[in-house]
Design a protein around this ligand. Structure first.
Ligand code: SR1
Ligand code: MG
Length: 424
């Protein structure tokens, strides 16, 4: 049984029932008769083993970290402790935005293993974006999740001692932070060993790597990421970390959790929606077939930002109990308007960071190690390169010109202009 073992051993479909059959948190849900258990390994992410374990009475997810990066193999070792950070992040997210993340049934640190709620019939959002499926209420869930977790994990809300202890706890998530620091902020900007890109992009890639303004701004964003322990971030909030049905949206996989700048999670999220937008022609059955769906994606982006801003503002007005912008300095002095002014300033900073982080996310998902299925599954290389090139041109604009972009309407207009440009 995993709970009694001290030596880490990866699970297999064959050994799982024997090793986990005594864990009450599992048997309570799927029964103690392990001969009735069915285990299937379904991990399609870059790092871990993920099993769906089911019986006639229920199902659970068993997620286990591997001691290396699954995408690359054992030549890239990775600490098992990421399961510990995922467990802690899920507990905090569940507290800050109830119902948004899977419930944890069991955690085994030695085995780097989390047993958690299985969301079914949900699918990974990225697959849904390729299929052209719309989801009611998704944007609101995502905007609220960002506002609640970012606000409630910061000095705007938390007791200072608790937040400082938490910063110290998550500061140890060094290896996963290093992946982000390297793959997102550095590798795309030079010919790094693990990089790869669609060959037709060679000329554009060379231009981007020679683009000094882009490189400097990307490094400013890296400095923001490394130097601003503002709030507990999900840390890898892309459309592969979201599960959906037509009406329900859930957030999974916060193993990259760290204290970082407010705009990072929303930036990564919006960057992935914009990439899905540019990839749509690669999934259309006929010319223009995905126009309506592309419009829907832009509306989702707009709504996520609107809901985020509204909920963040609501929390600012009603839950500002931390050491920043204390009510004793503002509302209690009759300076409620000054509090609104400070809120507007904070939202403006988050807005600009969001655009910048979205831009570097788009660029890294095209030039660095880890790409996105929306582009990778476009078999026609020339068409894939065209979709990716539009994303790259848009991403570059976000990074370099973010301080001159004042509304989501302007940014989505820019996306539409770039999508409509003649093929280059
Ligand atoms: C080596 S891990 C590559 C990427 O996969 C994860 O989902 C993160 O996005 C990471 O950057
Ligand atoms: Mg993941």
């Amino acid at each position: 049984m995993a709970g009694n073992e001290s030596i880490y051993e990866p699970l297999t479909v064959e050994t799982l029932a024997m090793r986990l059959g005594g864990i009450v948190a599992i048997t309570d849900r799927i029964g103690a008769d392990t001969t009735k258990w069915r285990a299937k390994e379904v991990g399609d992410g870059n790092l871990n083993l993920v099993f769906i374990v089911s019986s006639d009475t229920g199902s659970v997810i068993v997620k286990q970290a591997l001691p290396y990066v699954r995408l690359v193999g054992d030549s890239w070792p990775l600490p098992l402790k990421r399961a510990f950070f995922e467990n802690h992040a899920l507990l905090r997210q569940a507290d800050r935005d109830p119902g948004s993340v899977p419930e944890i049934y069991h955690f085994d640190e030695a085995q780097a293993l989390i047993v958690m709620e299985f969301f079914t019939p949900h699918i990974i959002l990225r697959h849904s974006l390729m299929a052209g499926t719309k989801h009611q209420g998704m944007a609101a869930v995502l905007g609220e999740f960002c506002a609640r977790t970012l606000f409630r994990g910061s000095d705007l809300s938390m007791v200072a001692a608790a937040r400082k202890a938490d910063v110290a706890l998550f500061a140890d998530n060094v290896a996963l932070c290093d992946i982000t620091e390297t793959l997102i902020f550095s590798d795309p900007y030079f010919d790094a060993e693990r990089n790869h890109h669609t060959p037709q992009l060679d000329t554009l890639v060379a231009q981007l790597r020679a683009d000094i303004d882009l490189k400097v701004e990307a490094q400013h964003l890296k400095a923001k990421f490394c130097n601003n322990a503002e709030t507990l971030l999900h840390g890898d909030f892309h459309t592969g970390s979201i599960m959906v049905t037509e009406t329900e949206t859930k957030i999974i996989d916060p193993e990259f959790a760290l204290y970082g700048p407010m705009g990072f999670d929303i930036g990564m999220l919006l960057g992935n929606f914009w990439m899905a937008y540019f990839a749509q022609p690669g999934h259309a059955k006929s010319h223009g077939e995905r126009h309506d769906y592309q419009t829907w994606i832009l509306e989702v982006i707009d709504e996520i930002w609107r809901v985020f801003s509204a909920e963040f503002s609501n929390l600012w007005r009603h839950e500002r109990t931390g050491i920043l912008y204390e009510r004793s300095l503002f509302e209690d002095q009759g300076h409620a308007l000054a509090s609104e002014q400070a809120l507007a300033h904070r939202l403006r900073d988050i807005w600009q960071d969001t655009l910048g982080f979205a831009g570097v996310e788009i660029i890294r998902r095209t030039l660095s190690l880890a790409h996105i299925a929306e582009n990778d599954t476009i078999e026609n290389e020339a068409l894939r390169a065209d979709c990716e090139a539009r994303g790259l041109r848009f991403g570059r604009q976000l990074v370099v010109n973010r301080s001159r972009m004042n509304s989501m309407a302007t940014v989505n207009d820019l996306a539409q202009i770039i999508a409509a440009e003649a093929k280059q």
